[in-house]
Ligand binder design. Structure first.
Ligand SMILES: Cc1cc2nc3c(=O)[nH]c(=O)nc-3n(C[C@H](O)[C@H](O)[C@H](O)COP(=O)(O)OP(=O)(O)OC[C@H]3O[C@@H](n4cnc5c(N)ncnc54)[C@H](O)[C@@H]3O)c2cc1C
Length: 299
């Protein structure tokens, strides 16, 4: 199997690495070893790899910047398909931006600002790729991907290249249809509006400062650890329950922002999961709210 995979990767010029540590590829800095890591460089390569994994029954997992992933301490027995820097072209045409899914959301937002295009100011500080952001329908400060996405191209689990309009994506709070259909997003088209460049840059800067002030960006994390429950905020509930600073090993409910579980050094996935279970249980008992994990579990 390894030789076949190597051949395919060579054929499509997609670099292949073996036995990589997932902790080096996730913002939580947690995770064991994955058998194979492929840097996707072209759509054809992705199509071929998906078909190969499917026909050979090899488990695979798609990753962008790894900023919403909690990877298992046992790692992953299969192939990680990475859509990142090597798949990140961005094109601007009037008020429309089309980018490959590995483009960083922040980079796209900066290019939008350079072209005096407004609509991404709220999203600029989210540390993921455009593909990951669409998959999660990422959002912040009152804006979300849903507001600006027009369409995307994706590859099905069978290796077929398809397109989809925004209205078919079932975008809602931290959800898209790609969670169900296993499609791998390869490009995303966004529609923005012409605006005043100075105002756009000022807004972006203001929100980035707000993030730095309020979020524990000095520690590894996967951002908000729990989804927002209907009718409240996870951070508010956790604070009310007196769980600020609660720890299991090196995993801690941030003292700066209760909605974040942070890695204070050598937290394991098991530590994070045990801490989250504890938090969920106490919040349920004390407030009646059920919290749900936001990061995707890998492995
Ligand atoms: C400090 C910090 C702050 C954050 N702030 C916010 C915030 O304000 N708002 C917010 O919504 N999120 C936030 N996040 C979470 C995270 O950045 C977003 O969810 C982001 O959109 C994930 O993108 P990614 O490329 O890192 O995806 P990954 O974490 O790599 O993957 C997340 C999921 O998307 C899937 N995926 C990734 N790329 C593709 C693709 N091309 N096709 C199909 N599926 C794909 C993966 O399989 C996985 O299931 C924050 C995270 C951190 C660490």
């Amino acid at each position: 199997m390894k030789e076949q995979l190597q051949k395919l990767c060579e054929q499509y010029a997609c670099p292949l690495e073996t036995d990589i540590r997932l902790s080096q590829h996730t913002t939580f800095r947690i995770g064991g070893t994955a058998d194979f890591w492929v840097d996707i460089t072209c759509v054809q390569g992705l199509q071929a790899l998906l078909s190969f994994c499917r026909s050979q029954k090899i488990p695979y997992f798609v990753i962008g910047k790894g900023s919403n992933i909690l990877a298992s301490d046992d790692g992953f027995r299969g192939v990680i398909l990475h859509l990142g820097n090597r798949f990140s072209a961005i094109e601007v045409s009037d008020a429309t931006i089309t980018c490959q899914s590995g483009a960083a959301l922040g980079a796209v937002a900066r290019i939008a600002a350079e072209h005096s295009l407004s609509g991404m100011e709220c999203l600029a500080g989210i540390p993921g790729t455009v593909g990951g952001a669409l998959y999660m329908n990422a959002g912040a400060y009152g804006g979300e991907m849903k507001d600006i996405v027009v369409s995307c191209a994706y590859v099905t689990a069978y290796g077929e290249l398809c397109t989809m309009d925004a209205k078919e994506m079932d975008l809602s709070y931290r959800h898209s249809i790609f969670e169900e259909n296993a499609g791998v997003i390869v490009s995303v088209t966004l529609r923005l509006v012409h605006g005043d460049q100075k105002a756009i840059l000022e807004k972006m800067e203001e929100l980035l400062i707000q993030r730095k002030t309020k979020q524990p960006l000095e520690y590894p994390s996967a951002g908000s650890t729990f989804k927002r429950p209907q009718g409240s905020y996870a951070s508010l509930l956790i604070d009310q329950c007196g769980l600020k600073g609660l720890s299991v090993g090196d995993a801690q409910v941030s003292e700066k922002h209760c909605g974040f579980v942070i890695n204070k050094g050598s937290a394991s996935c098991a530590d994070v999961l045990a801490l989250c279970e504890n938090v969920k249980q106490q919040v349920k008992e004390q407030t009646g709210y059920s919290l749900e994990l936001e990061p995707v579990i890998l492995g």
